[in-house]
Design a protein around this ligand. Sequence first.
Ligand code: DGL
Length: 260
Amino acid sequence: MTIGVFDSGLGGLSVLHFAQKMLPNENFIYYADEKHVPYGEKTPEEIRLLVNDIIHFMIRKGVDAIIIACNTATSALTMAYRKRFPIPIIGMEPAVKKAIDLYGAEKKRILVMATPVTIKGKKLHNLVERVDSRKKVDLVELPQLVRFAEKGIFSSAQVGEYLRQALQSYDLPSYGTVVLGCTHFNYFKNELQKLFQNTPHFVDGNEGTVRQLIRVLFLSTEAGGNGITEYYFSGKPVDESGLKLINSCRIQLDQVFGIN
Ligand code: DGL
């Protein structure tokens, strides 16, 4: 089968990376909307128009299902919209439920990091209201991390300074779990762990999203396949400099997640 995976930019590569490892027999098309990144500072209506074009592009390419590897885009879309298409469209939301199910019994707090659109969106608020009965969840917007990631800057004095400033009003030792609620933020797990030295758990939505795809399409995770992946930047096949950027993201993901 061929699975379409898209994001506003390079963040969704973390989902793709995971999907490729789990589903070596499948082919993938990865679409980064490099012309329009970041989505997290646009209006939901602007995002819906961009996403609509991407979904139609993927369908023309003949994909069997689509993963929206972007919490922000998922937040801007309704379920009814996703159901209008003839193939399954799997979204992503910050792994708040996973954080509460796994570690909610601990006394410590949970910090959800995401883009402004996701943090302000109704979807996340409804989710938190539904699962956070003990009022342990705090939210923080970190839009600048998306810009750093797009430049391939994953660790620098600037990144450290930005994070320190953005998080200065939060009591960092009080958090037991950090939820990486934007796929671009996965690249900064190491950097964040330096700041959150007493925080044992960092959770993301990659595995849950890929498992949902496997369930919906009844895919086999048998090893030994030789799937192919094509990459597009805003509808155009990636050129050499794009491939270089993708490669540096991959190296960072291997470091952060320790997947080979
Ligand atoms: N990677 C996206 C997410 O998971 C959004 C980044 C952006 O374009 O602002 O939310």
